[in-house]
Design a protein around this ligand. Structure first.
Ligand SMILES: NC(=O)c1ccc[n+]([C@@H]2O[C@H](COP(=O)([O-])OP(=O)(O)OC[C@H]3O[C@@H](n4cnc5c(N)ncnc54)[C@H](O)[C@@H]3O)[C@@H](O)[C@H]2O)c1
Length: 397
């Protein structure tokens, strides 16, 4: 059983609380820190939290607190993490870990120096669909992974600080791209080094300094490519989709707008439909159990199981740091319009992995390029001569 101090009583603090104290959970929030008294008290009341405070350190330092959950705006993550180090409290922190890789690196080094448990709350690599897809990929069902694309787009965030580049650290690329990058990285292999990034980002619609739309490519050392598509200007709800392509197969995941639950209503009695839904009349795409579909339940289960077993969780501050480093390169590339290297001062995966050979023998003379059964009943073979390099075709009736 975990005794949790929750820092932040806003949007994600409440989603986390619903998951942490949902179903028959034994875990309990025992202290809530918020900026304003009104919201601290309301949170304490809604979730039966015994203690509330407007002093962050007081929440962390309380003796009954075993783990601290950081659900604060991005510019406050480092302050919160440093206080957890000071009081030697286990810490789990929402995404993105830092506003940039330097900030994330300092946090990683601080928790490791303090010797405290640390978890990175990247919920989208814990959704039931993702976990099953990842297992298939790891079991080899898709062969060698060539391309992993992840898309998160919605009409924009719900609080003012997200729109301020200084507090948030960036725009949609940092806010949503961090999810997509970790999804791609997981499918390609977290021990495979991300080497360079090419990215386009622009402010197409919103009156802000940061980008509200971006697309990026992340090249990995083994030749695989990750792709992210993010936007705060997308209309139509929360679009969460992943595609994975391997030499032996494909996976398409749609995690939110098409979960197999379609509903039509003229609007009578319509209210909340799903996160970032823009309409509550007409044809709708509700989500059965958002906490589960978004991965929060599996994420906290992994965090607390790991903590109790004295092990690292699947997602640690190290992962948060790597994600920040990839996104730093994306920002550089958006500005330079060139491929930019991913600067990883700390790298704990494989080094020097090369692209796998793809040649498939057909016989002693030829490599197989492709075979196809046509609509007119003939099987066509495209072959490459091993010595001359000539490409030929053969038709087998
Ligand atoms: N799926 C996800 O993992 C997910 C989703 C949304 C947000 N987040 C992350 O959670 C963190 C908080 O986001 P949110 O959506 O809950 O934001 P929010 O604005 O809804 O809530 C932030 C909370 O932080 C507290 N706070 C303390 N000092 C503050 C200050 N100076 N300014 C503003 N708030 C202050 C308040 O209690 C406030 O309610 C961010 O890092 C964000 O990226 C993660």
């Amino acid at each position: 059983m975990a005794n949790i101090a929750m820092l932040g009583s806003g949007f994600i603090g409440r989603f986390y609380a619903d998951s942490l104290q949902g179903q028959r959970s034994r875990d309990k929030i025992v202290s809530i820190y918020s900026r304003r008294e009104e919201s601290a008290k309301k949170f304490a009341d809604d979730y039966q939290v015994a203690h509330w405070t407007l002093d962050m350190e007081e929440a962390i330092a309380r003796p009954e607190v075993g783990v601290v959950c950081v659900s604060l705006p991005n510019n406050l993550h480092e302050t919160a993490v440093n206080l957890c180090c000071k009081h030697k409290k286990a810490v789990i922190c929402t995404k993105p870990l830092g506003r940039n890789a330097q900030e994330a690196k300092r946090m990683l080094e601080a928790v490791e120096k303090a010797g405290i448990f640390h978890g990175y709350l990247e919920d989208l690599v814990y959704t039931p669909k993702f976990l099953k897809a990842l297992q298939s990929v790891q079991d080899g069902a898709l062969g060698r992974i060539l391309w992993a694309k992840s898309r998160e787009t919605h009409p924009g965030p719900h609080s003012e600080w997200f729109w301020d580049k200084e507090q948030a650290g960036g725009g949609c690329m940092l806010d949503l791209g961090c999810h997509c990058v970790e999804i791609g990285r997981s499918f390609i292999g977290k021990d495979i080094k991300p080497v360079e990034v090419m990215c386009w980002a622009d402010t197409q619609v919103k009156p802000i300094d940061a980008e509200d739309h971006a697309i990026g490519l992340v090249k990995y050392e083994n030749g695989a490519i990750g792709q992210f598509e993010v936007s705060w200007t997308f209309r139509g709800g929360l679009d969460l989709r992943d595609e994975v392509m391997g030499t032996e197969g494909t996976i398409w995941l749609n995690s939110f707008l098409r979960t197999g639950f379609d509903m039509f209503t003229t609007g009578k009695g319509a209210d909340y439909v799903a996160e970032k839904a823009e309409s509550n009349t007409g044809w709708l795409f509700p989500v059965g159990d958002e906490l589960n579909e978004l991965g929060y339940n599996h994420m906290f289960t992994d965090m607390f199981n790991a903590m109790e077993a004295g092990k690292a969780p699947r997602e640690s501050f190290y992962d948060g740091y790597v994600v920040n480093a990839i996104l730093d390169a994306a920002y550089k590339s958006a500005a330079s319009k060139k491929w930019e290297p991913v600067e990883l001062e700390i790298w704990r995966g494989q080094e020097g992995v090369t692209k796998a050979k793809t040649l498939q023998d057909y016989n002693d003379q030829y490599y197989l390029v492709k075979e196809e059964m046509t609509h007119f009943g003939a099987k066509k073979l495209i072959l490459k001569d091993k010595t001359t390099g000539q490409i030929i075709e053969q038709t087998i009736s």
